[in-house]
Design a protein. Sequence first.
Length: 334
Amino acid sequence: MFGITRLILNLSIGAKLGIASGLGVLLVATMVIVQIRSNAVMRGLDARMSGQQTIARDAVDTKASLRGIQIGVRDLRLASNAADIQKANDYIPTRLKSVDHFVDEMLKLSKSAENRARIEKLKTRASDYSKGAQQISAVRAEIVAAAGATDAAARIAKLNEEALRIAREVTLPIAAEIEPLANQIADFAKHGVEEQAAQAASEMATAEWESMALGIGTILLLIATSIFSFFTIARPMRALSVSMDELAGGNFAVVLPGLGRSSARSPALSRNSRSSRSRRPARRRKPRSSRTRSRRNSARPRWSSSPIPSRPPSARSSRPCHPLQANSKRPPAR
């Protein structure tokens, strides 16, 4: 643990700031990912719940269309002329087409194998009920046609018995079967809506707790980052600034804090050190002797290429015309 702490303290300032910023970015990215996941789950739940609601509504509409077929069969059994029979025959296929439409919609939306089996069975039994209605329609047409015959009463009675048999053995059992099927489909869809609503509420609560936990974690991380930056960046920089001010003032006995760390070996510190060295007072040079000056003057090259102007003999004898010429007449020092 001590080694890890020492390693963290010895990191450069840029590395410390990078770690703090990286942790903040990681938490924000986690919050975004959690939010996206929650939204995706909620969209899926909402789509399934909407599908179950549509199935329940279509089941009710299918039940109403089946009731329409039953009404058409009743009209067939009570029809006394060809017009009534034709009217009932036109009404029953329309209701059967409506049943097929709603059943197809339910099959597209249903994901449960159990409920799909009920829906398919409902479609099959509705078709069987329509076929039984066609048999009754054919019998009723014969009854209407036999009304003017000599033995009409016996024939009509026999046909009525046939119509009753078809209704008793075919249509009534099917009607008794399709009613519970439609109710089961609607109840199953309603139960599915309730389950999806409960799951959506649970998912929303989970998302709220996750968001709250991430928010608290972000706050704590920001507080920890502030404390970490204060103790590992601000305070050392302040101490280093004070020491550099003393060094610039001429106190060369000061010890710079953190010289052993990698963060202290920075270009700014090197420049400050060089500038402090450049501001040191220059050493006082010792005065040179006359012999040393004469040697330096004799070794100095003749830098002037211009001709020396001529002067009167009195002026030449009074003082030398040029310092280099005067120095050249002296014997070299040994």
